[in-house]
Design a protein around this ligand. Structure first.
Ligand SMILES: *Cc1c(COP(=O)(O)O)cnc(C)c1O
Length: 407
């Protein structure tokens, strides 16, 4: 018999108490990762922010509020979640590729410490909401043209993504900000990609920002910080070696910045929460179709969209089952009306309906990307820690999926 636990809580107990699918976050793992980042980066004077889009619910904001981390939000919804969790405004900042009027107003109202300008229009739009007496702090996101792939990077000239100000416009944009006394340019920002497993593009990104920061200071602007974004990659699953040595990476950055007047900052999302998350499913049926064995679970693309969106592979294990058979190939599939295959796995020959499966490393970009496709309710979220459990998001019932419909 298989009778596993998450954060010291038996999976059977979690499923019986809260139902499935269920998002389970081991907060001890989150704290461990935060400690790792603070020891490597914080100790070297590099500020660490958490990219809220990876996973943000009120209880997560509460947890983060008790740490030295900053919080990067990129929508009003994320900002409000931070506020509800008691996260201090002075440690939050606002990203977003195309901010709405209400989002710019939130920046002007100082519900965050600063906003990160992502397009030229935002400069004047924000300046109109601010006053000369109390200028609003901003950073400028520059697209340094560095495109990070898993093991290499290229400089594209900055034309391949919608994010940030292209390099060829950077100097002009800095001058436009300098001309507006309602804004104070306090730093530059550049985020070059996600799931990067080599530090070279990240170090090159720092080098690429320095000349722009120097140019801004030469205009008298108070640029003091360079934020290198997130993107720190993680291993495929428990037991695999970690692709990035945080200490060595932090040391490289600190050494590169030592001869400059700039403080550094980073803002990982995935690397802080992915490992802490498990998605608990119950098997509904096992089907043999053609040469394949489908193990169909009670969730899928609605609560776990990354496999279908970009071929992400999460490790999965049978965590509660009476199966005793040999491992054999199985396709894990969701129950939505799409071909929402979750991935290919080895599962016991006698895995059957009622068994529990845990998808690991699903703390990031999983719950935050969930949807109501097929009018499935979104799953509940439970924090576990050292044998205790606490529900922090109530799952949606089927009735609730039509709660905003007007008839
Ligand atoms: C998504 C994003 C991050 C976090 O990326 P991870 O890959 O989760 O570390 C940080 N900064 C910006 C601007 C982002 O868009």
């Amino acid at each position: 018999m298989i009778d596993g636990a998450i954060g010291g809580v038996p999976a059977r107990e979690l499923a019986a108490t809260y139902g499935t699918p269920l998002v389970v976050i081991d907060t001890e793992e989150v704290d461990l990762e935060i400690d790792r980042f603070m020891r490597a980066f914080g100790a070297r004077g590099i500020a660490v922010g958490y990219a809220g889009k990876a996973f943000l619910v009120t209880a997560m904001a509460e947890l983060l509020a008790a740490t030295p981390l900053r919080l990067d939000v990129c929508s009003l919804g994320e900002l409000i979640t931070g506020e509800r969790g008691g996260f201090p405004a002075g440690r939050m900042y606002f990203h977003g590729v195309a901010k709405t009027a209400a989002e710019l107003q939130a920046i002007a109202d100082r519900r965050v410490a600063f906003g990160v300008i992502d397009n030229a229009e935002e400069i004047e739009r924000l300046a109109l909401l601010a006053s000369t007496q109390a200028p609003v702090d901003v950073m400028l996101r520059i697209n340094t043209g560095i495109e990070a792939h898993t093991h290499e990077f290229i400089r594209t000239g900055g034309e391949n993504t919608k994010f940030g100000i292209p390099e060829r416009d950077a100097h002009d944009t800095i001058r436009r900000i300098a001309a507006l006394p309602q804004l104070r340019l306090i730093g530059l920002h550049s985020h070059v990609g996600s799931q990067i497993v080599d530090v070279e593009p990240l170090v090159a990104n720092l080098a690429a920002l320095i000349p722009y920061a120097d140019a801004a200071r030469a205009l008298g602007l108070p640029v003091e910080e360079l934020n290198l974004g997130g993107g720190i990659g993680i291993e495929n699953g428990p037991g695999d070696p970690r692709p990035i040595d945080l200490e060595a990476f932090a040391q490289r950055l600190a050494t590169r910045a030592a001869a400059t007047p700039y403080r550094l900052a980073i803002e990982p999302g995935r690397a802080l929460v992915a490992r802490a998350g498990s998605l608990l499913y119950r098997v509904i049926t096992v089907k043999r179709q053609g040469s394949r064995r489908f193990v169909v679970v009670d969730g899928g693309m609605t609560d776990n969209p990354r496999p279908l969106l970009y071929g992400a592979h999460h490790p999965a294990d049978l965590i509660a089952s009476d199966a005793a058979g040999k491992p054999a190939p199985a396709t894990l599939a969701g129950r939505s009306c799409e071909n929402d295959e979750i991935g290919e796995y080895e599962l016991p020959e006698d895995v059957r309906a009622g068994d529990l499966i845990a998808m690991r490393y699903t703390g990031a970009y999983t719950f935050s990307m969930s949807s109501n496709y097929n009018r499935f309710g979104k799953p509940a979220v439970v924090f576990v820690r050292d044998g205790t459990h606490r529900r922090v998001v109530r799952g949606e019932s089927e009735e609730e999926t039509s709660r905003f419909d007007l008839a």
